[in-house]
Design a protein around this ligand. Sequence first.
Ligand SMILES: NC(=O)C1=CN([C@@H]2O[C@H](COP(=O)(O)OP(=O)(O)OC[C@H]3O[C@@H](n4cnc5c(N)ncnc54)[C@H](O)[C@@H]3O)[C@@H](O)[C@H]2O)C=CC1
Ligand SMILES: O=C(O)[C@@H]1CCC=N1
Length: 270
Amino acid sequence: MEKIGFIGYGSMGSMIINGILSSKVLHPEEVIIATRTESKLENLKKKYPEVEIAHKNIDLAQKCPKIFIFVDTGDLKGLIREINNFFMKDVHIIYISAGLSFEDVATVFSGKTSKVIPTITSKVGEGVSLVCHSPDVNPKDVEFVDKIFGAIGDVKVINEEDLEAATNLTSCSPAFLALILMKFAEAGSRISGFSMQETEEMVIKTFYGTSKLLYEENMGVEDIISRVATPGGITEEGLKVLKRDLPPVFDELFKTTIGKHEVLKKNSKS
Ligand SMILES: NC(=O)C1=CN([C@@H]2O[C@H](COP(=O)(O)OP(=O)(O)OC[C@H]3O[C@@H](n4cnc5c(N)ncnc54)[C@H](O)[C@@H]3O)[C@@H](O)[C@H]2O)C=CC1
Ligand SMILES: O=C(O)[C@@H]1CCC=N1
């Protein structure tokens, strides 16, 4: 029986596979998984006994017209070389390694390829998975990837040349936003009698409420700003500081991460 294959059950792989199975977009009996340390699959196997575990990557490759690869960037090309001779005809590979371009993957695999940049926010069914397809991927394949990642959040299909900027906005950003909240809370704690724990709680609850205003109440960013910033009041003054100081910080952030992306791409060629 043909199945949908998944290789790599680490941080991202486990989150995506569990999200897919709990959303029921795939039935457990349709799924076959291989990962280096099989003991990591024990809990999944208890929850979904019908999921098949492949003890060798090549066993999985032989059964699957679609294979999701969730291994680390440095392991992806070696893995493809290992299973290349065992792929089904017209196999479609879907990988998530941010630092590996289609051009680079094409040095080891010349068939249908999609690249997805997932986000940790899919753990709660939110956020945006970015998707690029190689030119030979057909509309049915596109629909399939859309269906799978659409089960754990939104899907945005983009061109590969925009991937690096977009990765910052959807995939790196949970870490960036969490750090911004922490630094905000730290500054609040420094100038008050509140502990860090107290200020963090105040900021996080307010951030959650702000997200709800944006998404559940359909308020726009400008709308929220104008509702909060009383003319002649204190928010207005705080906003002036942020408008002056934040743009260069974010310009520097994009310059640095995109520079690092280039280094990773160069290293992955060697
Ligand atoms: N953490 C994040 O937010 C994001 C990560 N990514 C990409 O996801 C990829 C995976 O990242 P993580 O899940 O954080 O890594 P991880 O190290 O937690 O997981 C990788 C898993 O693949 C397994 N593996 C490695 N080589 C294998 C092989 N040859 N055969 C079978 N299993 C093998 C490992 O044992 C491990 O369980 C990376 O390439 C990263 O660039 C992409 C977007 C976001
Ligand atoms: O930091 C990284 O390289 C990966 C790719 C996007 C999010 N995490």
